[in-house]
Design a protein around this ligand. Structure first.
Ligand SMILES: [Ca+2]
Length: 248
């Protein structure tokens, strides 16, 4: 129930006027058998606009419930891939779970505090997405582009990336108020030992967020070192989300 309340809050924060509008249940559309959605974008293409949990299929043909955000960026549908609270930062699937390992958590029961899809579903969503993003405490703030990063798979394939401190292109990034558009940022990810993250104390790429950083500050994941001024790590209730998405 708490997750459902959080979801509704997120919708209200995001778009008070349009998000709660009910649309016909897409699963009732005729002929229902022909609708086989692989990502939230398939729902957006049908005119669905309410932030909620929808039924998706993975590449193996298995269905699963996934949270869809259609509201925060116009014409874009985002499917939630993982979300965890800062209190759970040391759990292996969140601290050390690189995207390329299978480390599912509650993969059939969406929630904001401990949730990660299986690798099969991550791969399936990746193949039906052009973009990725990370948000901080989305149930509280929605998306206001503070402490946020978005990129596209063509420039930076975050699922398969393995590296330490490599400069990778993003479309937009904000860390503690530092903004970057079409800049490179320093990313880390090690198979099975470091989840994808930026270290904002590090210099050397185009995006320069080191002013105000704590030593070795981890952003959007890993959280070996963290800064309460970054929304994902403000307190134990703070949450981090990763999403895959696409435009109409
Ligand atoms: Ca670090």
């Amino acid at each position: 129930m708490a997750a459902r309340t959080s979801m509704m809050l997120a919708c209200l924060v995001l778009m008070v006027d349009s998000c709660p509008t009910s649309k016909p249940d897409p699963t009732d559309m005729s002929p229902a058998q022909t609708f086989h959605p692989y990502s939230c974008l398939d729902y957006l293409k049908r005119g669905v606009s309410k932030c909620d949990v929808y039924k998706l299929f993975d590449s193996n043909g298995n269905s699963f419930p996934a949270y869809c955000d259609f509201q925060s960026e116009r014409g874009t549908a985002w499917t939630l891939v993982m979300s965890w609270s800062h209190a759970h930062r040391a759990l292996a699937p969140f601290r050390s779970g690189s995207f390329n390992v299978n480390s599912p958590v509650n993969e059939n029961a969406f929630n904001w505090k401990m949730y990660r899809l299986s690798l099969a579903r991550v791969r399936s969503l990746q193949s039906h997405s052009t973009h990725w993003r990370a948000t901080c405490s989305y149930p509280i703030h929605g998306v206001d582009f503070r402490d946020y990063v978005r990129g596209n798979f063509k420039d930076f394939n975050i699922v398969d990336f393995v590296g330490a401190g490599q400069c990778k292109k993003v479309e937009f990034i904000n860390i503690r108020g530092h903004n970057g558009m079409h800049r490179t940022a320093r990313f880390w990810q090690k198979t099975g030992s470091e989840g994808l993250h930026i270290d904002s104390a590090s210099r050397g790429c185009q995006f320069a967020p080191s002013s105000g950083a704590v030593v070795s500050e981890d952003n959007f994941g890993h959280y070996g070192s963290f800064n309460p001024k970054f929304r994902c790590s403000k307190d134990d209730q703070s949450t981090t989300q990763w999403w895959f998405g696409g435009h109409l």
